[in-house]
Design a protein around this ligand. Structure first.
Ligand code: SF4
Length: 610
């Protein structure tokens, strides 16, 4: 088989055994890679009774058929498991040399199961996996761990690791690589911690072989060149995603003070142009020629990385208008292995709870000393941090009153960086994202603002479903970064061409979309199986704040979401997906995608509609 290595490494920590198995072309062509592989593996191997922190949970690393080949923006790794934060399917991707080295070591995917008795790290080199004692690494932050491992194995190895947050089972702990590349928002780092694994090191010397090497090399080089010719290239290199701060402020969608408002008085101080003044270099994922990580000197004179999401969530959402201080919080979060999005959301909630005197701790919007302390306290589960480490849904349930109305999450995963008081399409994107509230699958808000932000119509639903297919479906299965296409307009035609040259098989868009849909239904089935009879369409609803409390300032003052129209839009979305009015895939939809056995299994948990 060209394109794929055809191998999965299964590491059992309890038995200290590592076994390689092969997969056939039907697995490859039905699920493609990345999220597609992870969804299939987690559906097949987990049961609803498996606690996310029990040894029975599986941690999956998965790549795509183009990973490691030297294709634009292909140095990404999907990490997945049952989420301790949401109880459902959880994944994320990390830009890391570990993805490249894992493929060169001979693997398309790695499944980690069981639990080590004492902390370990795993060294995988050319199809040999070794278990190593990690007692000297346990307790170190993710930057320090990587440094030590690179001193031991050399600078070219790929590593992923967890920081103290993962060790302490903070429900939104991430897996980290290369000082700031992080993935697995729904607590995938905590799953790694629960298994007592501090890090995995990948080293490979195998060459990846394309079906048509000459054609592949030419196409790859040409697609890289095309990126350099794009008109937005220079500006992207200057600001990356940071210009979105100004865009969000202009369009009143910048999350502010726990998503009460869509604009922040101090936005110019934390925007892309302010960032340029303190920027010192770019950093990014492997195999990328448009690196977007902005390295700045933070308020403590250390290097830190900034992008839109972390500045929105650790800046405007918590009332902090000093970019150097935002950078410090972000660096700390990366070192400790915390998801910056959930962190900013949880802290915003805690600040509001303090203001309303629902908690006794006196913490204040924008007060750096309070905020810095909270970040560490959460990672180490100290004081108020013990409660906040559980995520905003849990904290609201504990505090009671009306606090669940302003706990900004969907399915337990905290909302990322866009306020949706006046953006129903983006609210639907958060509601129906396969991992809980995350923007990655469908950043519909840009299109929505241009084409009518007030509408709840069919066109918007169709646009959303199309974006989810492409971004969450195809790009996540290929584990490719979406930015060359989305930000610079790299032609989409490159992807089937490159896939053909790599795998020797024609994979036109119709086929890629069919795989994307299969993965989407499978992930939905996973959620339904977990929640069984407790599942209702309410789980796809965005937070009540956006329906109940209008914006209080600016030209959109008074705007909020309309519950009735939103519910109709959600039902329309279900129908487009082939799901019933509860949001559950019908039997015929599952059968259509070769998931007849999934339908059979799922029907044991909820009665499926025909
Ligand atoms: S554009 Fe940014 S996120 Fe995408 S691969 Fe490059 S550095 Fe990574």
């Amino acid at each position: 088989m060209f394109g794929w290595q055809g191998n999965i490494l299964r590491i059992n920590l309890t038995r200290k055994k590592a076994v390689t198995s092969t997969f056939d072309s039907s697995f490859a062509f039905n699920h493609l890679g990345g999220r597609g592989f992870a969804a299939k593996i987690l559906w097949d191997e987990l049961k609803p009774e498996d606690n996310p922190f029990s040894p029975t949970n599986k941690l999956v690393f998965a790549t795509g058929p183009l990973t490691g080949f030297g294709v634009p923006n292909s140095g990404k790794l999907v990490v997945a498991a049952k989420s301790p934060l949401t109880g459902g399917y959880g994944d994320g991707n990390i830009g890391t040399n570990a993805a490249v080295q894992m493929r060169k070591a001979g693997y398309d995917a790695v499944i980690i199961e069981g639990k080590a008795k004492t902390p370990v790290f795993i060294h995988v080199k050319d199809k040999v996996a070794e278990f190593k004692d990690a007692k000297d690494l346990w307790g170190l932050n993710s930057f320090e761990v990587e440094k030590q491992l690179k001193t031991l194995y050399g600078p070219s190895v790929g590593t992923v690791s967890i920081g103290p947050a993962g060790e302490n089972l903070v429900k939104y702990a991430m897996i980290v690589s290369q000082e700031g590349r992080a993935g697995g928002r729904p607590g995938i780092g905590a799953v790694m911690g629960s298994k007592n694994i501090k890090a995995v090191v990948f080293e490979g010397s195998n060459m990846l072989t394309a079906a048509f090497p000459k054609e592949f090399k030419e196409q790859s080089a040409a697609s890289y060149r095309e990126i350099l010719t794009k008109s937005g290239y220079e500006f992207w290199k200057k600001q990356g995603t940071m210009s979105t701060i100004e865009w969000s402020q202009e369009n009143y969608v910048l999350p502010t003070l726990n998503f009460r408002e869509g604009s922040f008085d101090e936005a110019p101080k934390i925007g892309g142009f302010a960032m340029e003044k303190i920027k010192i270099s770019n950093r990014g994922c492997p195999q990328c020629n448009m690196t977007c990580g902005n390295i700045v000197k933070d308020s403590e004179k250390q290097e830190a990385e900034l992008d839109y999401e972390n500045v929105a969530m650790l800046g405007s959402n918590i009332g902090l208008g000093d970019l150097g201080q935002v950078a410090t919080l972000n660096r700390l979060a990366d070192e400790l292995g915390l998801d910056t999005i959930s962190l900013g959301n949880v802290i915003g909630f805690a600040l509001e709870a303090s203001e309303r005197k629902l908690i006794t701790d006196r913490i204040h919007w924008g007060k750096f000393k309070d905020l810095r302390g909270l970040v560490s306290d959460i990672a180490y589960r100290r004081g108020l941090g013990e409660l906040l480490a559980e995520g905003v849904k849990y904290v609201a349930a504990k505090l009671g009153g009306d606090s669940s109305d302003w706990a900004m999450h969907v399915k337990g995963l905290e909302i990322s960086g866009y306020d949706c008081h006046a953006a129903p399409g983006m609210a639907l994107s958060y509601g129906t994202s396969p991992i809980g509230a995350h923007h990655k699958d469908a950043w519909i808000i840009g299109w929505e603002i241009e084409h009518g932000r007030e509408s709840y119509d069919e066109e918007k639903i169709a646009k959303l479903a199309e974006a989810q297919r492409l971004r969450g479906g195809v790009f996540e299965a290929l584990t490719l970064c979406r930015f060359p296409y989305l930000q610079l307009g790299l032609a989409l035609e490159w992807y089937p061409k490159l896939l053909h040259a790599a795998t020797g098989t024609q994979l036109p868009w119709a086929t890629l979309y069919e795989i994307a849909d299969r993965t989407s239904h499978l992930i939905r089935a996973f959620w339904i199986r977990e929640f069984g009879k407790d599942w209702t369409s309410d789980m796809d609803m965005p937070p009540k704040r956006w329906f109940k409390e209008p914006l209080t300032k600016g030209p959109l003052k008074g705007k909020k979401l309309d519950k009735e129209k939103f519910t109709t839009m959600l039902t329309g979305y279900y129908s487009k997906k082939g799901w019933d009015e509860r949001g559950i895939p019908t039997r015929s939809t599952l059968r259509k995608f070769g998931l007849g056995e999934v339908a059979h299994q799922l029907n044991k948990h909820v009665l499926l509609a025909e």
